[in-house]
Design a protein around this ligand. Structure first.
Ligand code: AMP
Ligand code: MG
Length: 353
């Protein structure tokens, strides 16, 4: 039986704590302004340094709230809820924000052969992983819902800025991409208001911007998939970048000794089962990193690695369940392993699983 009741609450708490998929580990606190608020289903932290001030951080969070109001499936008046309510009936005019995120997600769906598929909404809702009502649906229910999962049936019109789901009952869910976009948007506000450098950490979806004093690189720790306490197994260094992880540990419940986690395979309707515990993508933009980290996690080591090799500004680290870390070549000089219980390989050729 699935763990529910108080366990469900506990699972949610774990989800929030373990949501720190990538952990920032190197910061000075002297002149920093640090704020945490709860948006997009997760704890959102903004830390600003040089030129940073509370008003800028407040404005950045207002922007994040605006994005949540537009994209959350849990807000009835959101544009995404409106698109879902009108599935099979009418196209819905949306803001430039929502249109851009959906357009980008669909691009990544194409690149990943449908591994990332924002039309997983009906499955996400039924499994309810991360909530008290999380449970294993019966096979027949999953099979029925799979007929509603198909990103090629999302019709977008760039001129009219509309989105239309072709089939009644289809639902989109932007949980795999919205946090990355929100981090990019928050950074824009902060920079516009004179902040020279800072860290945006939206539930482990990390964005570092500006340069550190004396041109030191940023250092971002990558969460150990087997740990709940935000511990890291290695560090990525670099300039402005987004570092986003997807993994089995972020939201899940356990039943009969099996872990049912929140990243669903659009082919089977069940949580993805491959040898991966997590996939981290480093890219120049948060939206791209967020979309790709979910996509390559679903694709698995071999296919995911192959995809990242074709994308010039994205690198990745795959962690297998037996604690092997596989790096794309671009990270060779930028990643340091800090936990020796992991073994590390950097691959120029596509690994076989
Ligand atoms: P992330 O943590 O960015 O990997 O995104 C996971 C979230 O995206 C889940 O909590 C779901 O809301 C949604 N999701 C789950 N599986 C998929 C998928 N295959 N494609 C797109 N979104 C998904
Ligand atoms: Mg994602």
């Amino acid at each position: 039986m699935a763990k529910t009741g108080t366990k469900g609450v506990w699972i949610q708490l774990i989800a929030i704590l373990a949501g720190a998929a990538a952990v920032f580990i190197s910061c000075r606190s002297g002149d920093a302004v640090i704020e945490t608020r709860f948006f997009l289903g997760t704890a959102c932290n903004i830390t600003v340094y040089s030129g940073g001030h509370k008003t800028a951080v407040d404005h950045a969070f207002m922007r994040v709230e605006e994005i949540e109001d537009r994209m959350s499936v849990n807000i009835e008046s959101s544009e995404v809820s409106e698109i879902n309510r009108n599935a099979g009936m009418h196209p819905v005019k949306v803001s430039a924000d929502t249109f851009f995120v959906i357009e980008e997600a669909l691009e990544t769906s194409k690149l990943s052969g449908g591994a990332l598929d924002i039309t997983v909404g009906p499955l996400v809702e039924t499994w309810s992983i991360g909530s008290e009502s999380a449970h294993i649906p019966v096979d027949a229910e999953i099979i029925g819902l799979l007929s509603l999962v198909d990103y090629t049936q999302v019709v977008i019109d760039r001129i009219k800025q509309t989105v239309f789901l072709e089939k009644k009952g289809m639902r989109i869910d932007l949980g795999a991409v919205a946090k990355g976009y929100a981090a990019d948007a928050a950074e824009k506000i902060l920079k516009k208001e004179g902040v020279e450098r800072g860290i945006i950490d939206f539930g482990g979806n990390i964005r570092v911007f500006g340069s550190k004093p004396k041109e030191e690189p940023w250092r971002v720790g990558i969460q150990k998939p087997d740990s709940m306490r935000g511990e890291y197994f290695g560090i990525i260094s670099g300039g402005e970048m987004s570092v986003v992880s997807s993994g089995t540990y972020e939201r899940y419940f356990e039943a009969g000794g099996v872990r049912y986690h929140h990243i669903l395979d659009p082919e089977t309707g069940y949580p993805v089962q491959n040898d991966l515990a997590s996939a981290t993508v480093v890219a120049s933009e948060g939206l791209r990193a967020d979309a790709l980290s979910t996509a390559v996690f679903v694709m698995g080591l071999e296919e995911g690695f192959r995809l990242l090799k074709t994308i010039s500004d994205a690198e990745g680290i795959f962690i297998t369940e037996d604690m092997k870390a596989v790096l794309t070549p671009g990270l060779e000089d930028r990643f340091v392993l800090t936990d020796k219980s992991y073994t590390i390989t950097s691959r120029r050729t596509v690994p076989t699983q």
